[in-house]
Design a protein around this ligand. Structure first.
Ligand code: SAJ
Length: 431
């Protein structure tokens, strides 16, 4: 039934999805409104760093099944995989979902929609978006959603760094505006998904996605709050978490400088906005995690006895280890806060060495970042930084202060190299 599909949005989700369908024999038109994305892909440059993606995209183009276009065209199915960021409204207040790209994609599909087609929304959206926003736009065609054409929501749940594997192996939830819509979605994704495919209604599927990322955000918030408390009461939170996690039903996540990325730090706001005044726990957790970069900056300030004129090497800027993605990165925010307070900050991000935080300088190697530094701060626990030999740091920098915001550096090794190590979540033991 699905001989030809259009995938709208050639980003982190759209490109892997389009390529995977293509190598499974489906004719795919990959659509993006950004000419530079199309240009890059057409000249063989995959603009997203993700293990295996370049090879997959090359295979998809070589198969002849994947081609690119600035606009959708008639197809059996349309998949919408466009960004849905959140931003505070002009008047201020909590961030709100920006659904302009979903509206634009739906409007672009409209002229090509015909009876029997399937439209599948994958972008993370506030509850009821499929029913209340996408369906009415598509019904301008004169066709009825769920009867004349099929409409469903299926959240992507892949973890950056493991996208290709999780795309095929994860369980997939498909919520239709009618059962027939969900069934059509099962047929579509069944072409390559090996995980279980579970059917529900569209709004439940939207909630499922938001609940997953919100649960993660709230869990990280409580870990961050434990870290702040531990610092005050004189406990090592990492030891305490390890011990608590020996309880068979407890799994406390890791504290850190905050929550970043375009998902976990954004999606909870879609639930907060859904029913004003109802989601106070979720809202507070967001505020705790958003306050964590400032908490980390204060920790660094205490370690250095001030920030003005202090020379600081910041290791890593990505939103989490071993990815190149800087979106909503708390590391970036910590570096920005340090620079704003007058410190001379030099950062080194091995995946994107040309990038740095506002007010900071960029280093193109670890040694260059450490040169002249009074303190070295672990912002992101990329593998190379986790395994950093303190002796190498001692040889490259004059200062002997180290700050670990990720709880991965071994105090004994740093102390043996002459450093005083300050770790987030570790209070001075008393009595
Ligand atoms: N983080 C902590 N402590 C932890 C775990 C994570 O501070 O114990 C921080 C990370 O450093 C990072 C942020 O949280 O800044 C988010 O990282 P993550 O690994 O939790 O999640 P993402 O954003 O890379 O991917 C999430 C995943 N969702 C869940 O695990 C519930 C993924 O499955 C989703 O597909 C993805 O969001 C998405 O696209 O929504």
């Amino acid at each position: 039934m699905f001989k030809k599909i259009c995938v709208i949005g050639m980003g982190y989700i759209g490109l892997p999805t389009a390529s995977t369908f293509a190598i499974h024999g489906v004719q795919v038109v990959g659509v993006d409104v950004n000419p530079s994305v199309l240009q890059a892909l057409n000249s063989g440059n995959v603009h997203i760093q993700e293990p295996g993606l370049r090879a997959l995209a090359e295979q998809a183009f070589a198969s002849g099944n994947l081609r690119l276009s600035a606009e959708p065209e008639p197809a059996d199915a349309f998949i919408i995989a466009v960004p849905t960021p959140a931003a505070p409204p002009a008047a201020g207040g909590d961030p709100q979902a920006e659904l302009g790209a979903v509206v634009a994609a739906s409007e672009a599909i409209l002229p090509h929609l015909k009876a029997g087609d399937l439209v599948m929304l994958e972008s993370t959206c506030p509850p009821r978006t499929t029913l209340d926003l996408v369906a009415p736009i598509l019904e301008h065609s004169g066709l009825r959603a769920g009867t004349d054409f099929l409409l469903a929501y299926s959240p992507e749940r892949v973890l950056p760094g493991r996208i290709l594997q999780e795309l095929t192996e994860n369980a997939r939830v498909i919520g239709g505006v009618t059962p027939a819509s969900a069934e059509a979605g099962r047929e579509l994704y069944g072409l390559f998904v090996r995980g279980e495919i579970v059917l529900t209604d569209a709004t439940t599927a939207e909630m499922v996605k938001l609940m997953e990322n919100t649960t993660r955000d709230v869990s990280i918030a409580v870990a961050n709050e434990f870290a702040r408390l531990a610092e005050q009461v004189g406990v090592d939170v990492w030891e305490a978490i390890a011990l608590a996690n020996r309880h068979p039903r407890i799994h406390i996540l890791r504290p850190g400088p905050g929550v970043g990325g375009h998902c976990v730090s954004v999606d909870p706001w879609f639930l907060v906005q859904a029913v004003p005044g109802q989601a106070e726990l979720i809202r507070t957790a967001r505020r705790v995690n958003d306050g964590q970069p400032r908490h980390a900056a204060r920790l660094i300030e205490r370690a250095l006895g001030g920030l003005a004129q202090r020379r600081i090497a910041g290791l890593g800027l990505a939103y989490k280890p071993d990815v190149d993605d800087l979106r909503e990165s708390p590391a970036l925010e910590v570096a920005r806060l340090l620079a704003e307070a007058g410190a001379a900050v030099r950062t080194y991000e091995p995946y994107t060495p040309e990038r740095t935080a506002p007010g900071a300088q960029t280093a193109s190697s670890l040694e260059e970042a450490l040169q002249g530094a009074q303190a070295v701060v672990l912002l992101v626990d990329h593998r190379a930084f986790r395994e950093l030999d303190p002796g190498r740091a001692a040889a490259a920098m004059p200062g002997r202060i180290a700050v670990d915001l990720r709880g991965v550096w071994q105090p004994a090794a740093w102390s043996a190299a002459g450093f005083t190590l300050h770790t987030l979540g570790v209070g001075a033991r008393r009595g």
